[in-house]
Design a protein around this ligand. Structure first.
Ligand code: ADP
Ligand code: TRP
Length: 323
């Protein structure tokens, strides 16, 4: 079973990225042949400063390794070190109907936000399809917001197979974990860099993390009154880190009244800080050893490239390209 996932290097990682994509991906490295990459070609659609892009890639590689990606088990590389994927993107573009891309919500969202779209942004899902299909991937662990991109990938693969031959491209399955499908941000909307509502997993200091947690939006129920645990983002976040019993205790305390939200936020802060403690230590060691991190990515790229070539050769042959 081949498991594949990618993540864009677009700034620091938040709890949504960690629980939605990284933690499941890291767990799955024990259950099959895992392939994980840093999607720097994709980041080029939004990051236009070369120094920033390079720094984001480096930071993400460190964070992924710190969180438990094991290069002995998983192949881990920088997307642009395997440029074969861009060739497959072109080939897939020629079986992709415009309408399929025009329907993509993430594209429409960007337009709604006032982004002036490049062709790269429009074609983003085709590159993502190539990422997945070039490795004959079976399973793709991602957050819920990637569901549509996975459907597009399956559609493109099917269209390609219909035109050139059954089973040329393997049709992948998304894997979306329901309990963390959408981690709420400080304001209750989906936690996302673009909403400025994130809690980063590696906030620089304890003080900064506490300050962030204190910003979680709550209602204005006075300290002494009973509070409603239903729909409380604070509790939804607490549930991601605390045991069932601890969550029940917090809910009971909400209902009893007499305790202010600040107290609950402090409890949540302690859980989050504690959860990432071992990873922070590992991260410091990796920051001090940039050559090791680059070696991991280079070795990964070599392995990934071998697999990618196999599929690309098969596709070139089927389409009539080359000799
Ligand atoms: P952002 O929305 O902050 O820009 P990305 O789009 O780069 O995050 O997402 C990277 C990965 O993290 C994807 O697999 C995505 O599904 C997952 N992810 C992002 N935000 C969340 C969230 N709030 N809850 C669950 N998963 C998330
Ligand atoms: N689009 C994904 C995101 O924003 C990143 C990504 C690129 C990806 N290529 C992929 C995820 C292939 C899974 C498989 O999170």
């Amino acid at each position: 079973m081949r498991i594949l996932s990618g993540i864009q290097p677009s700034g620091r990682l938040h709890i949504g990225n960690y629980l939605g994509m990284m933690e499941p991906a890291i767990r799955l490295q024990n259950e099959g042949e895992a392939f994980y990459f840093i999607a720097d070609y994709h980041a080029l659609t939004s990051t236009h400063d070369p120094a920033v892009l390079r720094e984001n890639v480096r930071g993400l590689a460190i964070d992924f390794l710190a969180c438990g990606l094991d290069p002995e088990k998983a192949t881990f590389w920088r997307q642009s070190d395997v440029p074969e994927v861009t060739e497959l993107t072109w080939i897939l573009s020629c079986v992709t109907p415009m309408g399929l891309l025009e329907r993509c919500v993430s594209f429409k969202d960007k337009i709604a936000q006032g982004v002036s779209p490049s062709h790269g942004l429009f074609a983003y899902p085709v590159l993502q399809a190539a990422d997945i299909l070039i490795f004959d991937s079976d399973i793709v662990p991602v957050g819920k917001d990637q569901k549509q991109h996975l459907e597009v990938t399956r559609d493109i693969a099917q269209k390609f197979n219909d035109r050139y031959g059954d089973e040329l491209l393997r049709i992948p399955e998304p894997q979306i974990r329901e309990e963390t499908a959408t981690v709420p941000g400080l304001d209750g909307r989906k936690m996302s860099k673009s909403y400025d509502n994130s809690i980063e997993i590696f906030e620089e200091t304890e003080k900064k993390l506490r300050k962030k947690v204190m910003k979680i939006v709550t209602d204005s129920t006075p300290v002494e009154d009973a509070k409603d645990p239903e729909g409380s983002y604070l509790i939804q976040l607490y549930e991601l880190f605390a045991s069932k019993a601890e969550v029940e205790e917090m809910k009971a305390s909400y209902r009893a009244g007499g305790t202010g939200y600040g107290h609950y936020k402090q409890q949540l802060f302690e859980k989050i800080w504690g959860a990432f403690e071992p990873m922070r230590e590992k991260r410091e060691a990796l920051i001090a050893d940039p050559d090791y991190v680059e070696d991991v990515l280079q070795n990964g790229a070599k392995r990934a490239q071998e697999k990618a070539r196999e599929v690309l050769d098969r596709v070139r042959k089927a389409t009539g390209l080359g000799r």
